[in-house]
Every structure is written in structure tokens, then in C-alpha cells.
Design a protein around this ligand. Structure first.
Ligand SMILES: O=C(CO)[C@@H](O)[C@H](O)COP(=O)(O)O
Length: 215
């Protein structure tokens, strides 16, 4: 199953409810939480994600780019996010976080930055519902896709296939009409797209366009 998750990092933050209404065919809304410590950018936190939860019926895919994931991640599941992604680099006990997320009814996902090797962390995969392979350095939208991450995407796909393919493989950063094809070929099935969706005159048509490329 292919899933397209538009990132609201590229949306108009002053009009979030209206921006959410422009992407009705999204499989989920990707919400980038940044703390200016784990990444050099600051976006939003629990109160705003709570407001986003109330403003849309689309599933929320919350991507935590914050320190101390152990402390904060469960709260995003509690407020009703369908999926919560923490970074392994920011987690003291990743397995425990994943179990807590699932106990709150959310999908548990773990992300790796471009310079973080995936293999040492694959022992956690059975605790996860999704692996996020960052295809840019996290922090900002509009960056170029890192082709050198495709090998990591393929490794994530193989690890998921060993579990019957039940763990989704997500890519985030620089996804557009060209790079989505390479990422899909390497084994990704869940695609975060920020500027490729929200820079389009019709963001929902941009989502359909990306989806059609993969059919
Ligand atoms: O997590 C991030 C950036 O750190 C992303 O979710 C971006 O929002 C993706 O934006 P584009 O690269 O698609 O413009």
C-alpha cells in the first residue's frame, strides 16, 4: 500500500485549518515538531498539535524532531495522533517508547538521520509499525533528496519483508515527482512531501499526481 503524507511544514502556519482542508485525499497529515535543540529550527508542540487534531479528521503522522523523546512522545499518542515517530538519536529507551505509543493506540515509528547507520537499530524493528529513513538532514523543508539514502531504504525494506512486510518504510525530505520513483523502487511505501504539495496551486491535485506516478 502506497501512502502520501503531506508535510504542513510547507503550509501557511497562519491559516492551518484552511491549509488542512486543501489536502482531503492525503493518507495522513505529516506534522513536524521541532525544538531548536535536536534540529536547528523551532515549529510547534503539544498545544498546536492538539488544535490540528481538532481541525481535521485526517490521521496525524507526528514526526518528533526533539530531544528527550522518552518524555514527550507518549503525550502525542494520548492526544490522538495515529502515528508518532521518534528519532533513535534522541531516545534513551526506544523499545519502551514504542511499547508506550502502541499502548495508547498509536502506530510506533522510529526515524534515523542521514548519518545514523540503520543496521545497529534493526533489532528494534519488531516493536515498530514504521521506519522513517530521513532523505535530508532534518530541520527544514525544500532541501534536495539525498540519493545516497536509497541503500538505507532498501535495507529497511528487506528488514520489513523479513517480518512479512508489516513495517511501513517512510521517506521524508526532497520528495518530488522524480525522487518519489527512486524511493519507491528502493522499497519505500510511505512518502512525506512538503514543498511538492504545498507549493502547488492545488495541493490535492499534487497528491493525486504523486500517487498516479506510483500506480
Ligand atoms: O522533516 C522534514 C524536514 O526536516 C520534512 O517533513 C519536510 O517538511 C519535508 O519537506 P520537503 O523536503 O518535502 O519540502
Amino acid at each position: 500500500m502506497i501512502a502520501i503524507h503531506p508535510s504542513i511544514l510547507s503550509a501557511d502556519f497562519a491559516n492551518l485549518a484552511a491549509e488542512l482542508a486543501r489536502i482531503p485525499s492525503a493518507d495522513a497529515v505529516h506534522v513536524d515538531v521541532m525544538d531548536n535543540h535536536f534540529v536547528p529550527n523551532l515549529t510547534l508542540g503539544l498545544p498546536v498539535v492538539e488544535a490540528i487534531r481538532a481541525a481535521t479528521s485526517l490521521p496525524l503522522d507526528v514526526h518528533l524532531m526533539i530531544d528527550d523523546a522518552d518524555r514527550w512522545a507518549p503525550a502525542y499518542a494520548e492526544l490522538g495522533a495515529e502515528s508518532v515517530t521518534f528519532h533513535v538519536e534522541a531516545a534513551a529507551h526506544p523499545g519502551r517508547i514504542a511499547r508506550q505509543l502502541r499502548s495508547h493506540g498509536a502506530r510506533a515509528a522510529m526515524a534515523v538521520k542521514p548519518n545514523t547507520p540503520l543496521e545497529p537499530h534493526l533489532e528494534l524493528i519488531s516493536e515498530l509499525d514504521m521506519l522513517l529513513i530521513m532523505t535530508v538532514e532534518p530541520g527544514f523543508g525544500g532541501q534536495s533528496f539525498m540519493d545516497e539514502m536509497l541503500a538505507k531504504v532498501a535495507a529497511a525494506r528487506r528488514a520489513s519483508d523479513d517480518l512479512g512486510g508489516r513495517v511501513a518504510v517512510q521517506v521524508d525530505g526532497g520528495i518530488n515527482r522524480e525522487t518519489i520513483l527512486r524511493a519507491a523502487e528502493a522499497g519505500a511505501d510511505t512518502f512525506v512531501a512538503g514543498s511538492a504539495v504545498y507549493s502547488a496551486a492545488d495541493p490535492d491535485a499534487a497528491i493525486s499526481g504523486l500517487r498516479q506516478l506510483l500506480e
